[in-house]
Design a protein around this ligand. Structure first.
Ligand code: SF4
Length: 240
């Protein structure tokens, strides 16, 4: 993309951010889970909804009060505790391996050192863990460690492609880097939360509610729909 193209995309991203803040407010930072809990929670969240994830997480904590106990527990017992999250036979060994990996690398179940290394390095370190991709790494860094990383979930991926902030054919992995480049680091947290909210309430997967959307002016998908509708309209007759 040319320098002007990048500047235009950044200006568009900033304008969308401002509009979303105007409509939904500026989400205030609130403490989230610690980094180890966030790793476990995001593994649990794969292919399920927030309610089932939280149920499984709370059951796991009740069964094993410390993460060291989860790390050292038989996989079958972990799987039994996390069953509500689904895919327990896959997620249980993934959680155990992640905890074993962190212990082996860090000497303890503590990821605080990631607060002090460059963000890209921190992401790459986390993505060495099986089951942790760019989204989970960014969630752990942003929400648990307060680092400037931008997680792209399914709502953000859909909405930002429709808006044309990122290319319609971009991979979700590449979308992380592309969106980080368009936003200022202090925008990551509010933009993440507000775009997810917009995706849930307005720009829904099957039926985007474009007619009531406050982002029409900036939306490539909307503009393409309008252009197509206009060219499909019958040409008015000029004869009497
Ligand atoms: S105008 Fe439609 S497609 Fe564009 S962001 Fe709004 S709801 Fe989504």
């Amino acid at each position: 993309m040319s320098a002007k193209g990048v500047a235009d995309s950044r200006a568009k991203a900033h304008a969308i951010h401002e509009k979303l803040v105007q409509v939904y407010g500026h989400p205030t930072w609130r403490p989230h889970l610690d980094a180890i809990s966030e790793v476990v929670s995001t593994i649990l969240s794969q292919n399920t909804n927030d309610g089932n994830r939280d149920l499984a997480f709370n059951r796991l904590r009740a069964a094993f009060p410390t993460w060291e106990m989860v790390r050292d527990a038989p996989v079958e017992e972990i799987a039994a505790a996390i069953r509500p999250a689904g895919l327990a036979p896959q997620k249980a060994p993934r959680i155990k391996q992640a905890l074993q990996f962190i212990t082996a690398q860090c000497g303890a179940l503590n990821l605080d050192f990631l607060k002090d290394v460059p963000v890209q390095e921190a992401k790459e370190w986390l993505m060495q863990i099986k089951g942790i991709g760019p989204k989970t790494a960014a969630i752990v860094l942003l929400f648990a460690l307060g680092r400037p990383a931008f997680p792209v979930d399914t709502h953000i991926y859909r909405v930002t492609r429709r808006l044309g902030l990122v290319d319609a054919h971009i991979s979700v992995e590449k979308a992380h880097e592309a969106l980080e480049a368009l936003l200022d680091p202090e925008m990551y947290y509010p933009f993440h939360l507000n775009v997810i909210r917009h995706g849930r309430e307005i720009c829904q997967a099957r039926n985007p509610r474009c007619s009531i959307c406050v982002l029409q002016n900036w939306c490539d998908y909307y503009n393409a729909q309008m252009t197509a509708a206009q060219s499909a309209s019958p040409v008015p007759s000029t004869s009497d």
